[in-house]
Design a protein around this ligand. Sequence first.
Ligand SMILES: NC(=O)c1ccc[n+]([C@@H]2O[C@H](COP(=O)([O-])OP(=O)(O)OC[C@H]3O[C@@H](n4cnc5c(N)ncnc54)[C@H](O)[C@@H]3O)[C@@H](O)[C@H]2O)c1
Length: 271
Amino acid sequence: MGNRFENKVAVVTGGASGLGEATARLLVAEGGKVVIADYGVERGEAVAASLGDAARFAPCDVTVEDQVAAAIDLAVDTWGRLDGAFANAGIVGVAGPISETPMDDFDRTLAVLVRGVFVTVKHAARQMQTLGNGGAIVMTSSVAGVQGGLGPHAYTVAKTAVIGLARSAAAELAAHGIRVNAVAPGSIPTAMTAHVTTGDPDNLEKVTEHIARTSPLGRAGHANDIAEAVLYFMSDGGSYVTGQTIVVDAGATSGAKMSPAWSGTRMVVAR
Ligand SMILES: NC(=O)c1ccc[n+]([C@@H]2O[C@H](COP(=O)([O-])OP(=O)(O)OC[C@H]3O[C@@H](n4cnc5c(N)ncnc54)[C@H](O)[C@@H]3O)[C@@H](O)[C@H]2O)c1
């Protein structure tokens, strides 16, 4: 229990599971209040109930603007303020060869991963500007947004767009003291990655083993590793940072596993 989000209020979309749930729990553990906005009603209600009076659940499909607006407004109506918003709800979406991608599926994928994030930023900014106390908005991108080949095409398009939106919204909203950033997770064991890797969203053990084998740091990431990055952006520690994307992937996309040619031999190259 800390105080890095003490007496502050946030909305977390996709807060019923995985990265969103871990973030909601961390924000509450650090003294805050959260609205968990998710279309998974049973799971969302259970997570909110487990957090007691520090949480409310808002049934919310992020592709429906009125429901997003209502989830954001619930935070303000309940606690009178809005300090943070985590636009995180997501799916893998359509996968497969680009030449065979049904465009309806492409549109549905982007409706969640781009439009759903955009509309969350829109309504968080609306409330934060009205309240006049600044705020911090964080969105979930992915390593697929910083490097090709790490996700399906539509997913990659969407997660790249999120990085652009962080810069664009930050440029407008800085004048209101509202910061906008993104987090780009590597593979983290959640229902989503368990489903993709093993076919079973509940098989966290197998996906954890799988991720640990390929991680430069020799362990699988944890949803809390992402929650900590979100908290950094939302807390005073991140108060001079906006328009940025932080990659949380054990160094995988920075090439953190050094080639033996460079690390195995001691040599001095001189002319
Ligand atoms: N787990 C990873 O390795 C990883 C890596 C990079 C990015 N991400 C991103 O992180 C975010 C969270 O994913 P996760 O891994 O926690 O998965 P998850 O499946 O555990 O959680 C996703 C949550 O989003 C909710 N959701 C999905 N579509 C929604 C909609 N239209 N409206 C409202 N809620 C909706 C689901 O009900 C679920 O509770 C996603 O945006 C995902 O793309 C995850």
